[in-house]
Each structure stands twice: as C-alpha cells, then as structure tokens.
Write a protein that binds this ligand. Structure first.
Ligand code: PAF
Length: 291
C-alpha cells in the first residue's frame, strides 16, 4: 500500500534582525545562496512570480514585508496602504518561500547602529516618478540598502512594473553592493491586462473597469507606433483619458528604455518604452510597455 504524503513547506517568520541573521549565517555556512524579494506586503500573484523566480535561482528564498514610511511623499497614501500580514504569510508558505522578515519601523530606523544612507540618483530622481513623488526614490534606496546590509543576499528580484525603481536600484548596485545580482522580472497582468498591484485593492468596481484604460492606452500607443510622432501620441492619449470621469493622467511618457530619457523620435524595436501614471479616483496606478 502506498501512502501519499504531501510535502509541507515550512516558512520561517522573523520579526527580529538578530534571529534572521542567525538563520542566514547558518545557511551561508553551508554555502547556500540567498535570494531576496523585498515587498511592502499586500502580496499578490505579481509578488509570487518574484518568489518563483527567486526559487529557481537561489537555495534560500527570503521575502521581506515592510511598508516603508520614508518612500511615501503623501501621509494619506501611507495610511491607507493595504496591510494583510496573515494572508501574506499563508501565500508565502504555499509558494515555497523559506523565510520572511517582518521588521518594525523602530527596529530599522530606531536601531543604535542605524546610519542614514543617501546617494545621488542624478536625473533618475528628477523625472517621472522621481519628479512626481519627491523623496520617493531616496526612501526606496535607503530601505533597500538597509535590507541588503541585514540580509546580504546573492540575488535580488524586482518587478518591471516599477521600471524606474529597477533602474534606481541598478544604479545603487553599481555604486555599492556590486556583489548582488538583480533579476528584472516581467510584469504580471490580470487576464484582462490590468497590471497586478497591491493598490488595485483600493479600487471600487467602477474604478477597476476604468483602470483597464492604462493597459489599453499602452497597447494603442504600441499599435500607432511609427505612424504618428511621439509627442502627438502622448498629447492625444492624455487628452482622451482626461475626458473620462474620475480619471486624471499624471503623465504619459515615451522614453529610451536604457536611459529613460524622453524620445523625440522613435528608436529601433525593443528600445521604445511607454510609461503611464494615472489617478483612477484617488488611486494612483502605474504601468509600462516596451516595444
Ligand atoms: O517595490 C516595493 O514594493 C518597494 O518599493 C520596496 C522595493 C519593497 C521598498 O520598500
């Protein structure tokens, strides 16, 4: 007689830096590689695709959950950021994550050995998300640096929905932490095309429908690519979206995918990146498409 035993994956949950460090040291001693997936929680399929990618490349997969106040330029946005720790833990467990670190704000920014980390992000901090959300990327860089100092991962996994964030972190890796390898992971979409985001939870039913316009606009721009000049397309779609009730375009930009510099003329295939940020009701959503 065969008994089928389902393998139960055990997720280690750490609230303390010291205990996490102990766990990681024991893994590094036996030469295990560490893959890190930093998150702000409210986990979804997009995050799980990062965990899956991390699982493929690393021996030990560590996720972090911390809603980092320093990267919010708007207190209201921070206060209403969705939190679902218990569901997050369950999701990580079923997706074979090995460890999750859930620090308190005090344990990170209030620690005796805490030193503020700043670096010059250059023009990356002055355009698009950098321009619209002053201080945002400084906050991101600070927390990611802090997490790297605690975890010392071999690999780190970021989703390309936050395209500019990925470029910022890559710049940081060139400057410091050059031993960490960053994996760019593709955007995960709902079946109708909406990019999966924790912020989608804040949309009501009507707004959820309206939010589809982000992806549709990206696809339209891709379709019209080369038949119309760059600025005409940006203006046309900005105007069209702004006419929709409860929709306000923060920006539509068409940029060089390597530099994020504005394009005056189309580049060769695979180098044109359209980025969009739109308020749907009070919820600010971003998306992008490369073509
Ligand atoms: O992309 C995010 O969720 C956050 O910006 C990050 C990288 C976890 C830093 O707080």
């Amino acid at each position: 007689m065969y008994i089928c035993v389902q393998k139960l994956e055990l997720l280690e949950v750490f609230y303390s830096k010291k205990k996490l460090a102990g766990f990681l040291d024991s893994q590094k001693e036996i030469e295990k590689t560490i893959g890190l997936v930093p998150t702000m929680g409210a986990l979804h399929e997009g995050h799980m695709s990062l965990i899956k990618e991390a699982r493929e490349h690393s021996d030990i997969v560590v996720a972090t959950i911390f809603v980092n106040p320093k990267q919010f330029d708007n207190k209201e946005d921070f206060d209403k950021y969705p939190v679902s720790i218990e569901d997050d833990i369950r999701m990580l467990e079923t997706n074979e994550c090995d460890a999750v670190f859930i620090p308190s704000e005090e344990s990170l920014y209030g620690a005796d050995d805490y030193r503020a980390f700043e670096m010059d992000l250059g023009y990356l901090d002055k355009i698009l998300e950098g321009a619209k959300r002053p201080g945002h990327f400084n906050g991101v860089v600070e927390i990611v640096h802090l997490l790297f100092e605690i975890i010392h991962p071999d690999f780190v996994f970021f989703g390309m929905k936050d395209y500019q964030q990925v470029m910022v972190i890559e710049k940081m890796l060139n400057y410091i932490h050059s031993d960490i390898l960053l994996f760019r992971c593709p955007i995960v979409r709902e079946s109708d095309g909406l990019a999966i985001s924790s912020r989608n939870r804040q949309l009501n039913r009507t707004e959820r429908q309206l939010a589809l316009n982000l992806h549709l606009t990206l696809l339209d721009i891709k379709d019209e690519y080369k038949k119309t000049n760059v600025q005409t397309l940006i203006d046309k779609h900005t105007e069209r979206l702004n006419k929709l009730k409860n929709v306000v375009v923060d920006y539509i930009e068409i940029a060089d995918s390597d530099t994020l510099q504005h394009l005056n003329e189309w580049k060769s295939a695979g180098k044109n990146l359209v980025l969009i940020a739109v308020f749907v009701g009070k919820v600010r959503l971003i998306d992008n498409l490369l073509f």
